[in-house]
Design a protein around this ligand. Structure first.
Ligand code: 5GP
Ligand code: ZN
Length: 116
């Protein structure tokens, strides 16, 4: 479960094989800017180890799962925001396109609900 997966975009960014605008890293996570930002701050926080979904990560490595949130909070704070949205798209119908789980951190604009 933890080995890098051949062809996985986010394993590639974690390994440094694919360019990424990395803003923060911790023992278990890496945070980098989304290439198609949907807010002034749009950062993806990923576990260094490969897990396809948030539920698989939570079951397999609860500490890394928690660290996604603490890392996102640290990035938001560093960028001057105490109000932000965290999103975990899970499954294609929910909008997940990269199957290495990632927590979206969105901040810097007002947001509406429900999401599209
Ligand atoms: P999902 O739709 O799976 O929840 O989110 C995938 C995110 O990855 C999208 O917001 C998309 O813009 C972002 N993304 C796709 N390709 C790349 C890439 O090569 N580099 C970075 N930094 N983000 C990417
Ligand atoms: Zn991966």
């Amino acid at each position: 479960m933890s080995a890098a997966v051949e062809g996985c975009l986010f394993c590639g960014i974690v390994a440094g094989d694919v360019p990424g605008d990395i803003v923060h890293s911790t023992e278990r996570t890496v945070a980098f800017r989304d290439v198609n930002a949907q807010a002034p701050t749009h950062v993806l926080v990923v576990p260094k180890d490969h897990y396809a979904t948030a539920a698989e990560l939570a079951a397999g490595d609860p500490a890394a799962s928690a660290e996604l949130v603490t890392t996102a909070h640290a990035v938001a704070t560093a960028e001057g925001y105490d109000s932000y949205r965290l999103v975990l798209n899970t499954g294609a119908d929910a909008g997940q396109t990269v199957f290495h789980t990632h927590l979206h951190l969105l901040a810097g604009r007002s947001m509406s609900w429900p999401p599209g």
